[in-house]
Design a protein around this ligand. Structure first.
Ligand code: ACO
Length: 322
């Protein structure tokens, strides 16, 4: 049996930090509200001359260094992003050239905050099918570029960053299962309502901004993530007690706490980065994974449950023997 095993993780957050106090000077909000409703204290914001591929490259190099892999060794690069550098070439192609991995398959995946879990699922299937030995999977976002900095209901939530993993074919267990879902019926609750092929005038006049009915999204997220916990455990024939770490998408501590409760996991077994990173969309899960691997909390052999929910709606989970 061939598994896809994580052999390296990496992360990168841009230098500039925007605190809740900074936001108090920009919109009518306050630190206490943001902390209480979201758990967020600060977020990182890209520099003017930085873009998604710059963040992706640093995270990728860090993961490759741990895995002992060079660009020429890669068979596949997948970048999950909602904020690509260009319409095309894909961010994965731009990154591939920088890494000297020219020739391997490279493409982007767009599933908003669930993007990394989707990309992991795709890469895992390439490896299990044979032929692909080493894949680089990245979640990278410059969400600050699609945030309306005058809208207090969204601008306090998001941040920029990138997280990466190297996956390698292995006889040792790695990714045990991936569960992916979407329901396109709810675009009115969470979207950037203009793009290349539709509503271009809206973009040109008003800018390309995230719009969200936060409290409605909140309810769907809590219910949906509760269901996917059951689905993942049932598919693997596992009990709640078999999970060592929950590595969730970092949108809101209250959503994360509800999922942990569903799993019967104390918050000490949940990797929480939302306070310092904010919601970095597709980057949030691999960034959280990298933090907990590097600080020694996650050890080889631990069972991890990764989960995410985001625009689309999309949602998914990955069960991993680390
Ligand atoms: N500061 C102060 N007050 C605020 C702010 C702010 N930044 N934002 C909103 N408020 C006010 C509202 O105007 C409202 O006031 P009112 O009662 O006078 O009308 C009040 O606070 C409550 O607003 P709610 O939206 O009901 O607040 P809620 O407790 O739901 O928290 C939040 C909002 C944090 C957005 C929450 O709903 C949430 O986390 N939603 C889910 C987000 C998510 O997971 N999205 C999916 C991933 S993102 C993606 O895919 C791109």
């Amino acid at each position: 049996m061939i598994y896809a095993r994580i052999t390296g993780t990496g992360g990168y957050l841009p230098e500039k930090i925007l605190t809740n106090a900074d936001l108090e000077r920009m919109v009518e909000t306050d630190d206490a509200w943001i902390r209480e409703r979201t758990g967020i204290q600060q977020r990182h914001i890209v520099g003017e001359n930085e873009s998604t591929v710059d963040l992706a490259e640093i995270a990728a190099r860090r993961a490759m260094e741990v895995a002992g892999v060079e660009g020429k060794d890669l068979d596949l690069i997948i970048v999950a992003t909602t904020t690509p550098d260009l319409v095309f070439p894909s961010t994965a192609c731009l990154l591939q050239h920088r890494l000297g991995a020219n020739g391997c398959a490279a493409f982007d995946v767009q599933a908003v905050c669930t993007g990394f879990v989707y990309a992991l699922g795709v890469a895992e299937k390439f490896i299990r099918a044979g032929g692909t030995k080493r894949a680089l999977v990245i979640g990278a976002e410059t969400l600050s570029r699609i945030v309306d900095w005058t809208d207090r209901t969204t601008c306090v939530l998001f941040g920029d960053g990138a997280g990466a993993v190297v996956l390698e074919a292995s006889e040792e267990a790695g990714i045990l299962s991936v569960h992916l879902h979407a329901d396109g019926a709810h675009s009115d609750l969470l979207s950037v309502p203009c793009g290349v092929s539709k509503n271009r005038a809206l973009c040109e006049q008003g800018g390309v901004f995230i719009q969200m009915k936060g409290n409605e999204v909140f309810k769907v997220a809590v219910n949906t993530l509760g269901r996917i916990v059951d689905e993942t455990l049932e598919a693997a024939g596992l009990e709640k007690a078999d999970i060592d770490w929950l590595v969730p998408h970092q949108a809101n501590t209250r959503i994360i706490a509800a999922t942990a409760k569903k799993l019967g996991l104390p918050m000490e077994r949940v990797v929480l980065t939302v306070a310092k990173h904010g919601n970095t969309s597709a980057a949030s899960v691999p960034l959280a994974l990298d933090v907990a691997v590097r600080d020694g909390r996650i050890q080889r052999g631990d069972r991890l449950l990764l989960e995410a929910f985001g625009g689309g709606f999309t949602w998914g989970s990955a069960l991993i023997r680390y």
